[in-house]
Design a binder for this molecule. Structure first.
Ligand code: SF4
Ligand code: MSK
Length: 628
């Protein structure tokens, strides 16, 4: 008998049970069938980088093969496998950014994509020495776009970094030879170095991974977020609701899942199109209900206050409600299983990106050149499916939670202005004073995914609760932010769960104790906050009482994130053991020696309360080093 309560929370249990009754398969069924996962893979000890392999190194010393056919040791194989994860994660974030930057190039005053935040555009242009005087804003946009694109394949010199990176950190990256040259170049370099007959020095492989990851965090992701704000505007604090109960019984429900604002921004417009609303009503629905999921859910709620259906592990459960006319997806974190699952119900599974075509889905390519028209076609297809809903087999859970979202750095500064002295307005100084004065003990960033090895959201929630109780302000992105939103920790009333000092600050600033800062690519907002704070205090980022944790991570993007966080000087706690334990050398580098290079390191801790306690301990250590 399956112990559902160990898999998911509350209402979601009833959805898994409904799925079983309906003969639908979920990730938890597949996990059961998978039984024990491969012991070599779990430790990172399997190499199939050439056709003499696969070579598997015995995890037990003195037993079985201790080297691959080419002579690669466990250290070499594990470090190469890890590096390839970093390269893939960097590629995913950065290709997303490239798409956004192309959109900026395409933007036109009367086009589907316009420049909504010209101030932010000018700010970036000035940072990059692009003349902004007497120039049309769209011309500036094109020049910024071209400069940004140059960061992908810059032929000479270093990558262009934002001014928020403290100079001392840049010097350190140069000294350690981990300053990136260009995003694509770093990804390609890893693919080259991990080819048979190349890198066979684990520590150097990991340093190369740090360099690639920096190009993700401080360039790919950073530009992706920054330019999204230029095109779609900087998010502001707004209230909305989360969890699958945001689906509506009598409306056309559209679940939008993936990562790309280019698609989601158009879909959000299309669902308000009077012609499409009329069509939905003609078919008997009361309207169109757009629900975001995973990071598109975060993007949409950040900028439009759109309701958020849930995070990674809820994508199949959304279909099982029987109330969803279409799951529309673009790229990243999409289960291919949705193709088969949606056929058990009336749901249309609509794929839109040439980068994520899924057999068995309805493919309607989203064409950015006719973006609005394309979005309308996709939405219409969902509306037309309303008539096929089996009303007898609909179950929408009851529980939804209201939460605050939209805490870009600019919005945080606006809130700080409420208590700022005149000469500190528009800066992070009040936050720094709250930290140095002890009202905020430190800041912890909770990020990353869900992973079925852990009860959904459990680690995120436990860690956040413990941290806010201890006056640590939590900032969150990605599926972690959604987990905390669903748990009621990202609304203002949650300050009652915070320690007295943090509670006081939350009330004075009118903010929740957990600040939802966006999607996983928006971790760059956290880097921005860290960099600006360090610059104001005139210290390196590694000196700040700041920590990060990905307690339920699963994706290669998360590995790249972990590495750029470490490279930036921020300690990172992982709640899922990475596939590196086959090499003591790699483990030791990541959890120990790397600190000598970057001033921070990984902590691997599967118990959430221990994680929170360790974070608090490191924060206190950094405070005492700063003399505060
Ligand atoms: Fe085996 Fe070496 Fe080929 Fe890897 S690169 S599969 S260890 S021979
Ligand atoms: S969606 S990478 S499961 S955070 Fe960004 Fe969530 Fe992790 Fe995907």
């Amino acid at each position: 008998m399956r112990e559902y309560e160990n898999l998911v929370n509350g209402d979601m249990v009833s959805l898994i049970k409904k799925g079983e009754k309906d003969g639908a398969e979920t990730i938890w069924d597949r996990m059961e069938k998978m039984k024990t996962q491969c012991g070599f893979g779990v430790k990172g000890l399997c190499c199939r980088n050439c056709a003499m392999g696969p070579c598997r190194i015995s995890p037990v010393a003195g037993k079985g093969a201790d080297k691959g056919l080419c002579g690669a040791t466990a250290d070499v194989i594990v470090s190469r496998n890890f590096a390839r994860m970093v390269a893939a994660g960097t590629a995913a974030h950065s290709d997303h950014a490239r798409g956004i930057i192309h959109l900026l190039h395409k933007a036109e005053p009367n086009g589907d994509y316009i420049i909504k935040n010209s101030e932010k555009l000018k700010k970036l242009a000035e940072q990059w020495d692009i003349d902004t005087k007497c120039k049309d804003i769209y011309e500036i946009g094109r020049q910024v776009s071209e400069t940004a694109l140059n960061n992908f394949g810059k032929p000479f010199g270093e990558i262009t970094l934002p001014k928020t990176v403290p100079n001392v950190r840049k010097d350190l990256w140069r000294k350690e030879k981990i300053m990136p040259r260009a995003i694509d170049r770093e990804v390609v370099s890893i693919m080259h170095a991990t080819h048979i007959g190349c890198m066979a020095d684990a520590n150097e492989m990991l340093k190369m991974s740090l360099r690639t990851a920096i190009s993700d965090g401080w360039s790919g992701s950073y530009m992706g977020t920054f330019i999204s704000d230029i095109l779609f505007d900087t998010p502001k604090a707004t209230k909305t609701e989360s969890n699958l109960a945001v689906l509506e019984k009598d409306q056309v429900n559209i679940v939008l899942h993936g990562h790309e604002p280019s698609l989601s921004e158009m879909i959000v417009l299309a669902v308000s199109d009077p012609e499409l609303i009329a069509k939905a009503k003609e078919l008997g629905a009361q309207g169109i209900n757009l629900v975001g999921m995973c990071c598109t859910g975060n993007e949409l709620s950040m900028r439009h206050g759109t309701k958020n259906g849930g995070n990674f592990l809820q994508q199949e459960l959304a279909v099982i409600t029987g109330a969803v006319e279409a799951v529309i997806v673009d790229v990243q974190c999409i289960f291919p299983s949705l193709a088969e699952l949606s056929k058990k119900y009336h749901t249309k599974f609509i794929t839109t990106s040439p980068c994520a075509r899924i057999e068995g889905s309805d493919y309607i390519e989203f064409d950015e050149n006719i973006a609005y028209e394309s979005a309308k076609k996709i939405v219409l297809s969902a509306i037309e499916n309303y008539k096929n809903r089996n009303k007898e087999n609909v179950y929408i859970p009851d529980n939804k939670t209201s939460f605050m979202v939209g805490y870009s750095v600019e919005t945080i500064v606006e809130h700080l202005d409420k208590v700022a002295q005149e000469n500190e307005k528009g800066t992070l100084m009040p936050l720094i004073k709250a930290i140095t004065g002890g009202s905020i003990r430190g800041i912890a960033a909770l990020v990353g995914c869900n992973n079925p090895r852990i009860k959904q959201d459990y680690n995120h929630i436990q860690i956040a609760q413990k941290l806010i109780e201890n006056n640590v302000l939590v900032i969150a992105t990605g599926c972690s932010a959604t987990a905390l939103a669903k748990a009621g920790l990202a609304n203002k009333e949650a300050s009652k769960f915070a320690g007295n000092k943090l509670k006081g600050i939350c009330e004075a600033l009118d903010i929740p104790p957990v600040l939802h800062m966006g999607s996983c690519v928006d971790i760059s907002r956290i880097l921005q906050l860290a960099g600006e704070t360090a610059n104001l205090l005139n210290v390196d980022i590694s000196a700040l009482p700041l920590a990060g944790s990905a307690p339920e991570w699963m994706s290669e993007k998360a590995v790249a994130i972990g590495m750029y966080v470490i490279a930036s000087g921020i300690d990172a706690w992982l709640g899922v053991i990475p596939q590196v334990t086959g090499s003591d050398k790699v483990v030791s580098f990541l959890t120990n020696e790397v600190e000598e290079i970057t001033g921070s390191k990984f902590f691997v801790e599967t118990d959430p309360i221990n994680t929170a306690n360790q974070i608090i301990e490191r924060i206190d250590m950094k405070r005492s080093r700063l003399g505060i």
